[in-house]
Design a protein around this ligand. Sequence first.
Ligand code: HEC
Ligand code: HEC
Length: 453
Amino acid sequence: MILRMTVEENGGYMSSSNRSSARLKALGALSLLAGAACGMAWALGTGPHGAMPLDEQQKLLDKVIGTSAINPPRGVDGLAWASIYIPADNAPNQERIALGRKLYFDVRLSKDGTVACATCHDISRGFTDRRSVSEGIRDQLGQRSAPTVMNAAMFQSMFWDGRAATLEDQAKLPVLNPVEMGHPDAASAMASINADPAYQGMFQKAYGRAPNYDDVGRAIASFERTLIFLDAPFDRYLSGDSRAISPAAQRGLELFNGKARCMSCHMINSSNPLGTDNLFHNIGVSARKQNFEQLAQKGLAAVQANGDEQALDKLAIETNLSELGRFLVSRQRQDIGAFKTEQLRNVGLTAPYMHDGTLRTLWDVMDHYNKGGETNAFLDGGIEPLNLTESEIDDVVAFLFTLTDKRFAEQNEAAFKEQQALAAKQRPFRDDALAHRETLPFEQRVMGAAGLK
Ligand code: HEC
Ligand code: HEC
């Protein structure tokens, strides 16, 4: 009961008006648990939009990040590390990182002063917001779920559809997006930033010039490149400690690389530590509710009218064309409904899952894959029914929970228990007939009975 309320509250599944009273109740319930495994870092946020208050987040960050020097973590090979892209004009140094950190936690970046990057990418919630879709200024909801910014530096492109090439480009978009931080233009954001006199000197020290919008993006990117969380039990296992993960998780890893076919998109090892191919696939998440053909026509018209970076950002965050995914960026047919293969690092902390946040637990994720996703004409060929048993599903889930950095081990444990309790009650995406091929997915669901003849 208590655990369920925690998930609902943190996950943003209730309307804004219900939220504060539910939060009070949940807080009351949680206080009974004082001293229990949840710990401070997994406590409920009491700041605006349900985030942990920003000063507490900063303290937590100090605890987990230690020095902010950029060094390869254990087990990550030099090649993978060297592949982190850093623009030539933005080599990291302490001044740039410190400026970026201040900006990351600063509500001045939002028009109404209630939202910082850290509101939606909350240190205490796996650097995301635990909502299905994000809530920005004036409680406006976007169309997509916030991914974690942990390790985002190692992605080859940013956002679920890869529409931003670098962290520098990415950071400038939410500030100007009407439903996220809502500054009408860069000048408005700079006026708000400049009202804090501390920034003058900090920008000078970092970039040798007066505050300007491009350097806001650069500084935040420098800070984000320090958010590397790749020291997990899985890494100890890889480097030879056979007891670092449970026997169930070891079986799960074998399934991940074999029968469950996860590795065809999520290969994970020391030279590819995030567990993503950095490509875009339609795995049938949004197909549940879309007529893709019609939507693609509309999407094409919209991007032909205006396909610049900010216009794309608005289509992705504010309109139902969002579900077209990579197609809006590439305009390629095969990218309809395709999204970036998400990293699997720290995945225990970042529920709910997928670009639309529709899957609440890793058991839901497994149910989705086990039945071959939602069939649609653009489904990736790598997605098909997996015929996994219940205990095999448990094993893969156990493995996925070994990918969380040890600095968040306590939260990971609490999240595992929350998800387990939730999954014991409901498995809304489970379909045994499809998973075990008693029903043929494509023929029957797409072609109807005629397809079987
Ligand atoms: C209102 C909530 C919200 C705010 C505020 C916000 N973000 Fe995000 N962030 C999101 C969502 C939602 C996405 C995914 C959008 C998409 O893919 O279309 C995202 C994506 C990202 C990504 C891409 C990660 C990946 O895996 O591709 C990064 C990096 C990021 N945000 C950093 C920031 C920074 C830096 C700020 C502050 C300047 C910020 N965000 C402000 C919600 C938010
Ligand atoms: C054909 C490529 C492909 C295969 C195979 C695949 N995935 Fe994925 N995975 C993706 C893509 C693409 C996404 C994002 C999809 C979206 O949001 O629409 C994703 C998302 C996820 C997420 C959500 C992460 C988050 O933070 O939201 C998890 C967890 C995951 N995959 C685990 C697995 C597991 C476990 C398997 C094997 C059973 C698997 N995947 C097989 C491509 C794949």
